[in-house]
Design a protein around this ligand. Structure first.
Ligand code: URA
Length: 225
């Protein structure tokens, strides 16, 4: 998989897969670099994650359908646009997903929110589900699944499988950092799911951490160790 960089700062699809989108906007690169820096404080990390998730969410919602709507400005009648089609459901993969939920909700405050609780078995790195709470009308909603790190891809695959079992048929996955292993795993299991990320890193280490990465996103978001 190759990484395309666009000097104009436009978002680009990766390699020959148009459904993997990397944010190349200068603001995204700048904020991601600050996010990665080990000296960044918990409060600053949280703020940056929220800001980056707004930028990624903006990209993830690029193809939302709109319909014409007639409105009156203070000066005259005009045709504007409003979101149409399926309503949205944001789904956070606990716990780190919550760190990028608020930025997304800033963009779409009326979206429903679901939660999938998964932890990684430290030995197998396989996801184990411990919590699931989803709106009951998922077939009528477009789902945006959020998790800051797409590492092995196993958690994302498991979460999306559960969403599909609950009837979801329109799903986008948004993360802040991805490893190409994770992207390949997710795209192989769910080829219908578009991936939006702020960067694709070199790879995974023996503990399943993305390198160079940013460390444990949950710990950095919530100030735990
Ligand atoms: N989860 C994290 O928080 N960091 C990684 O590098 C990989 C998975």
């Amino acid at each position: 998989m190759t990484r395309d960089a666009d000097a104009t700062g436009r978002q680009v699809a990766v390699g020959d897969d148009p459904d993997v989108v990397v944010l190349t906007h200068p603001l995204a690169r700048h904020k991601l670099t600050l996010l990665r820096d080990a000296r960044t404080s918990t409060g600053e990390f949280r703020r940056l994650a929220r800001e980056l998730s707004m930028l990624a969410g903006y990209e993830a919602m690029r193809d939302l359908p709109v319909e014409d709507v007639e409105i009156d400005t203070p000066l005259e009648r005009m045709t504007g646009h409003r979101l149409a089609g399926k309503k949205l459901c944001l789904v956070s993969i606990l716990r780190a997903g919550n760190g990028i939920l608020d930025g997304m909700l800033d963009l779409v405050p009326s979206a429903r929110v679901g939660h999938v609780g998964l932890y990684r078995d430290p030995a197998t790195l396989e996801p184990v589900e411990y919590y699931l709470k989803l709106p009951d009308d998922l077939p009528r909603r477009r789902c945006i699944v959020v998790d800051p790190m797409l590492a092995t891809g196993h958690s994302a695959v498991a979460a999306i499988t559960r969403l599909k079992q609950a009837g979801a048929d329109s799903i986008v996955f948004v993360c802040l950092l991805a490893a190409s292993e994770g992207i390949a795993c997710l795209r192989a299991a769910h080829p219908d799911v578009r991936v939006v990320t702020c960067a694709i890193d070199r790879g995974l280490d023996d503990h399943g951490y993305i390198r160079p990465g940013l460390g444990d996103a949950g710990d950095r978001l919530f100030g735990t160790k």
